[in-house]
Design a protein around this ligand. Structure first.
Ligand SMILES: Cc1ncc(COP(=O)(O)O)c(C=O)c1O
Length: 437
């Protein structure tokens, strides 16, 4: 007999602390007690759960990793070929050099590349290189950059009771208290906050680490000023493109913003779900990787670079950016129309390819949970975020928006009657952490 996903999740939580390896995949974030939790198969935009039910994924597509769609045939073909020729060996995989060449050609300001296999890990590599290069310790940062000590250090406070206050939900217990003051946050578009960090730590900044943009458009001159400060401070400018990379153009979103960093870090979409990450930088900064120890066996396996090469080539050949921008825009327009028709106060924001909405008012979380519940009953994995992929078609969008219209009108009706909570079959979803952007 097949086990229901929620049953397996209960068992999983007893065997795996926290149940999952990634906060953003916790079923509680979507639909507590009812989310299918595990998949048996994922292909294109279709996901089949353990009970054999197939859904259309109109949510986060493998947390933004599967930009071409699940199990893309061209990427999988390249991976299978790599696999047949041996994925690990005493010698190195030549794809590493080919991929470095491709990444540098996409980012002409860059000359060298190091690899890892996950985003947070690659950010730790970038920060280590920056510290090695400058001989300094302090990192000024904006936004989320993974689970490593260098980053969680920002959540250590002089007063234990205040630990975690900057980014609630990211607990720094287990991070050496000696790192207090080594990672200092500022908000996006608040250059005065970065200036204040610099004023208090003049000459001690190793790197400025940030996403070049996310939800907010950069204020005129903001990124240019950040770069100027990096130059004046002799600090390395690191752009985290783990989520924004390959979303708006082939490579980093910074290319659309006119400011180049010293290092850009990629993961997620660059390899369509296969484990891969790249730290791309200028030769001057990247050479400092040789003055410190950065080395790992699994960073030498062949599948990651083979998948990245196939993903990027297909992306370029099919102009995937045009497709996902158009699909993302259609969904945003569809959400707005559905909200207007239902008279539901919905706030829509984000880039066309990293978009999201919130239903405003009291019972915010309850209404978002009801949305996911209604959509799941209609065989959609749906959430308040949508990450379009090359596998999403206009037909998928039209069908999804028509079901969304019905969902929004039922939610508006329930809200008027005060029955949202009673319509939920489980508890309301839990919101994630606060990102500082
Ligand atoms: C901007 C940014 N940086 C770093 C990370 C961490 O990457 P990973 O989950 O692959 O470790 C993420 C993941 O969501 C991210 O969005």
């Amino acid at each position: 007999m097949r086990m229901d996903g929620q049953e397996l999740y209960k068992k999983g939580k007893k065997l795996i602390p926290g149940g999952t390896q990634l906060l953003s995949k916790r079923p509680e974030m979507f639909l507590p007690d009812l989310w299918p939790a595990y998949y048996a198969k994922a292909k294109g935009v279709k996901v089949t759960d353990l009970a054999g039910i197939t859904y259309t994924d109109m949510s986060i597509m493998g947390v933004g990793a599967c930009i071409l769609g699940y199990a893309d045939p061209d990427v999988d073909r390249a991976v299978i070929a790599a696999l047949r020729n041996g994925v690990q060996c005493t010698l190195n995989a030549p794809e590493e050099v080919e991929l470095a060449e491709l990444l540098c050609s996409l980012h002409p300001w860059a000359n060298m590349v190091r690899y890892a296999r996950s985003g947070g890990e690659a950010m730790a590599v970038a920060v280590r290189i920056a510290r090695a290069h400058t001989g300094k310790d302090i990192i000024a940062f904006c936004g989320y950059h993974g689970w490593y000590d260098w980053y969680l250090a920002a959540n250590i406070s002089e007063d234990h009771a205040l630990d975690g206050h900057l980014m609630p939900g990211l607990e720094p217990s287990g991070v050496p208290r000696g790192l207090l003051g080594s990672a200092l946050p500022f908000h996006y578009n608040h250059i005065e906050q970065l200036e204040e960090i610099v004023a208090r730590n003049n000459g001690r900044i190793a790197a400025i680490v940030m996403e070049p943009r996310r939800d907010q458009t950069p204020e005129p001159g903001f990124l240019e000023k950040v770069k100027k400060i990096a130059r004046e401070q002799d600090a390395v400018l690191v752009f985290d493109e783990i989520t924004t990379g390959f979303r708006m153009c082939p490579g980093g979103i910074h290319q659309t913003l006119g400011v180049n960093p010293d290092i850009a870090v990629f993961a997620k979409a660059m390899s369509n779900g296969y484990a891969m990450a790249a730290v791309v930088g200028t030769a001057e900064v990247m050479e400092s990787a040789q003055s410190t120890f950065i080395s790992s066996t699994n960073w030498t396996e062949r599948i990651g670079p083979a998948a990245a090469l196939a993903t990027i080539r297909k992306y370029q050949e099919k102009h995937v950016d045009d497709h996902i921008i158009s699909i993302g825009n259609s969904v945003m327009v569809g959400w707005q129309n559905a909200a207007d028709e239902a008279g539901l106060p919905v706030h829509i924001s984000g880039l066309s390819t990293l978009n999201h909405f919130s239903i405003e008012g009291d019972e915010k979380l309850e209404m978002a949970t009801l949305f996911t519940q209604i959509m799941l009953e209609k065989r959609y994995l749906a959430y308040t975020q949508f990450k379009p992929s090359f596998a999403h078609t206009k037909k998928h969008i039209d069908a999804y928006i028509s079901v969304t219209k019905d969902a929004f009108s039922r939610i508006a009706d329930a809200h008027k009657k005060g029955s949202v909570r009673s319509l939920l079959k489980g508890s309301p979803q839990r919101s994630g952490f606060y990102r500082l952007t």
